[in-house]
Design a protein around this ligand. Structure first.
Ligand SMILES: [Zn+2]
Length: 156
């Protein structure tokens, strides 16, 4: 499936519904789903800095929108992804609580990250989880939210 000059593309579709129902969120929803779990991963300082810069200047601004980045890295012998570089995807839609974009195919692709609007949590929405599971090449997914918080998710 080719959608432009890039070699191959992976769809990114996320929708944050936590902002719609903040009172019901008591923790990462993914923890209740057996196929996804929260993990602590290593992100290079450059990647962490990019996340914060993009959050402050894209998502946290008045009329801000979510952003998504593609993540390249390596996989440790025990299967743990190490995130070394963030790449901008081909974004075709962005709104306050959703984003649609495509990651270029990369041999170093380990997953992606996206932001949630101020006032919501870093919990994966149902759409986030479904999109992550369908992305067979993704080994991890991170959600970035306000107050410099980020949660990394992995598949079982
Ligand atoms: Zn989301």
């Amino acid at each position: 499936m080719s959608r432009g000059p890039a070699i191959g593309l992976m769809a990114i579709i996320t929708t944050c519904c936590t902002v719609m129902q903040p009172a019901r969120v008591t923790g990462p929803r993914a923890e209740r789903r057996p196929e996804i779990y929260v993990d602590t991963l290593f992100y290079s300082p450059l990647v962490r800095n990019n996340f914060q810069f993009m959050y402050d200047n894209i998502t946290a601004k008045p009329d801000g929108v979510e952003f998504v980045v593609c993540l390249d890295g390596k996989v440790s012998p025990d299967g743990t992804p190490v995130i070394l570089q963030s790449l901008l995807p081909h974004v075709v839609y962005a709104a306050k609580d959703s984003i649609l974009g495509y990651c270029p195919k990369s041999p170093h692709y380990v997953g992606r990250a996206h932001s949630h609007p101020p006032g919501s949590t870093c919990a994966m929405s149902k759409v986030d989880t479904t999109s992550f599971i369908k992305d067979t090449l993704a080994k991890m997914h991170a959600v970035i939210c306000e107050n410099r918080q980020m949660i990394s998710y992995r598949k079982r």
